[in-house]
Design a protein around this ligand. Structure first.
Ligand code: SF4
Ligand code: MSK
Length: 626
């Protein structure tokens, strides 16, 4: 590969481990990306279609070759269909994750999930009330069972709109109704998108894209929201806790177990097992000083948020973490787990375990977790990880971990503000905080690793814009040191004053990918307090390094909820100017927000600042001219 390590990642651990991987002849995601170049131009523009076997088809962007597929679909139809299918896949992934949690909740209610429990009774009751479940004088497990049933109804078709839409500001719900994109059943919207994008169904690119937005809303105000809320009910609502990040969180002298994926159903059980006295004793009897549990990607974020469990890395670091030779076992559930990991691990002593009935990977032992067996299986697997400790070869841990604070749920933010969002609004009105931005999403080998997240966050906080982040973005900014209270040194004077008085960092970790809904809820609460719509607020979203279909769904539900959203990598839509124009301009008149695409985070920071100042001006607040 021609580029050097600093052209691949800005992180010190990443650069050193890339060098180590090269020495060990480990192939990485960057090597495979290089091998794919040049990538298919038709696909990059969204102009290829394989929705049926009269195709595959492609439309020539230069107007010289075919302008229609075999069925007659033109560029607008093909691009819109492809984008909608990305949204459907993303929404399905989040929502199915939510369904798994609801099933655990239902099993807890039936007493068939040993080791799981209701950890946030208050939230159980408040969410149950939102679903119309009577809670007064009722046993906790009865409420849990009835809530699980009501949530399962949200997935189906017997309702006209999702229960938790009531949380959205009235003005926003009115817009959805007027445009006809109020999401009905969670599964229904994904199913309808797949139907509409079948050959010979919906061939209106505008109506297709509106269905895409409705599908995304079924994720943001449905599946992801259920996933986030039920995780809080089962495992506790996060509150600020110290943690640490980067490859240095792995320990030379301890049994290192790494969890990877998204659903806390497995990782929470592994955590409990890794803390049991008999297993710690067993580890010590094997010469280790203890058991060290760490995370990567979002299942790691779930543990970090609730327990301060350290994070070894984000998406592009997952192979490199294995190349430390220090991981005794990695357990994966689903989403964002590269199928290459089994091969990488085979070069070291690492045991790789897949745990979900719906996710298999080459080179991994499949040990399926279900609510009934999770507690026991977790103990067995931690024991097996301990047995693997003395099989380690040489270990390479070249960096010290960076300290961070995680665990900012809406409840804990409101708590820190004294019980309401009013002080935050006052700070925004006074111009001490100009606005807020959510930085979300992944890493992508097309973008210098972590550069997009870190640069954008730095530019925003130095301009007094509060940053909240999730997913792999949140780990990037933590590694850069932005998640400690002393990071206010990087903030503008107003943000520095506000965060300093609350002893919070200027970049707040709000959780995993499904926890992007926490950002929505914060935006909704601010809009409600102002009696305004979300689109009126001086806020924005950004996904500077996104790669996944889930990120497309997140971006679409942000925009459909009224949040101006800047993407780093271009989605595959440039083959249709109509689609590009609708998403970047036309939606302003439809849902009050649009997408922008800007790969350079320095420039996207300017776009976001300009948008925020524009909203401040419209609200009659003090504004800067940019
Ligand atoms: Fe080609 Fe139309 Fe079939 Fe797509 S749906 S593969 S454009 S014939
Ligand atoms: S893990 S979806 S790479 S944020 Fe949620 Fe990271 Fe993106 Fe996966």
């Amino acid at each position: 590969m021609s580029c050097t390590y600093h052209q691949q990642t800005i992180t010190e651990d990443g650069q050193l481990l890339l060098k180590k991987a090269k020495t060990d002849q480990i192939e990485t995601v960057w090597d495979r990306h290089q091998a794919q170049l040049p990538q298919c131009g038709y696909c990059e523009l969204g102009l290829s279609c394989r929705n049926c076997v009269m195709g595959p088809c492609r439309v020539d962007p230069f107007g010289e070759g075919p302008q229609q597929g075999v069925c007659g679909a033109d560029a607008d139809i093909i691009v819109a269909r492809n984008l909608c299918r990305m949204i459907a896949a993303g929404a399905a992934s989040h929502s199915d994750h939510g369904r798994d949690l609801v099933e655990v909740l239902a099993n807890v209610a039936k007493g068939q999930a040993p080791g799981y429990a209701i950890r946030d009774l208050e939230k159980l009751k408040s969410v149950a009330a939102e679903y119309g479940v009577e809670t007064q004088g009722k046993d906790m497990l009865v409420i849990a069972g009835e809530l699980a049933y009501a949530m399962q109804e949200d997935y189906g078709t017997r309702i006209t709109e999702l229960a938790l839409l009531k949380r959205a500001p009235a003005k926003r719900r009115e817009i959805w109704k007027k445009v006809g994109i109020t999401p009905r059943g969670i599964d229904r919207e994904t199913s309808e998108t797949m139907h509409r994008t079948h050959m010979g169904v919906d061939n209106g690119w505008q109506s297709l894209l509106l269905q895409g937005l409705r599908n995304a809303l079924s994720d943001g105000w449905g599946g992801s929201l259920i996933a986030s809320e039920v995780s809080d009910i089962l495992f506790g609502t996060p509150s600020p806790k110290p943690t640490s990040v980067n490859a240095g969180v792995l320990k030379k002298n301890q049994v290192n177990i790494v969890v990877h994926g998204h659903n806390p159903v497995v990782s929470e059980m592994i955590l409990t097992a890794s803390q049991s006295a008999d297993l710690i004793q067993l580890a010590q009897s094997k010469g280790a000083t203890g058991i060290n549990l760490a995370g990567v990607c979002c299942t790691g974020n779930e543990l970090l948020m609730r327990h301060g469990i350290p994070m070894a890395g984000n998406h592009l670091m997952t192979e490199l973490i294995l190349s430390t030779g220090a991981v005794d076992m990695m357990l994966v559930d689903y989403q964002c787990i590269m199928p290459s990991l089994g091969k990488t691990a085979s070069c070291y002593h690492t045991r790789m375990i897949s745990t979900s009935d719906k996710a298999r990977f080459p080179g991994m032992d499949h040990r399926e977790f279900h609510p009934e067996n999770a507690e026991e299986l977790a103990k067995t697997l931690v024991r097996e990880a301990i047995e693997n400790f003395d099989k380690r070869g040489k270990v390479y841990l070249p960096v010290e971990p960076v300290k961070a604070i995680g665990g900012f749920s809406i409840e804990s933010i409101v708590g820190a503000l004294g019980g309401s969002v009013a002080p935050l609004l006052d700070a925004i009105k006074a111009g001490k905080i100009r606005g807020a931005a959510g930085i979300v999403g992944c890493n992508n080998p097309k973008i210098l690793h972590d550069y997009g997240h870190v640069t954008l966050a730095r530019r925003l906080i130095e301009n007094d814009i509060l940053v909240v982040d999730t997913g792999c973005a949140a780990i990037a900014t933590a590694k850069a040191g932005f998640k400690m209270p002393d990071a206010i040194q990087f903030a503008g004077p107003g943000l520095k004053e506000v965060c300093g008085s609350l002893s919070i960092p200027p970049v707040l970790h709000l959780g995993s990918c499904v926890d992007n809904v926490r950002i929505l809820m914060l935006a909704g609460a601010l809009a409600n307090a102002l009696n305004a719509d979300i689109s009126d607020l001086p806020i924005a979203g950004a996904a500077p390094e996104w790669y996944s279909e889930k990120a497309v769904s997140i971006g679409a539900y942000f925009v459909a909820s009224g949040v101006y959203t800047v993407l780093g990598p271009m989605p595959p839509i440039a083959g249709s100017l109509n689609v590009v124009k609708l998403l970047t301009e036309g939606l302003r008149d439809v849902v009050g927000a649009v997408f922008a695409v800007e790969p350079d985070p320095e420039k996207s920071a300017i776009l976001i600042r300009r948008h925020i100042e524009g909203r401040r001006k419209a609200l009659g607040l003090g504004f800067h001219t940019l």
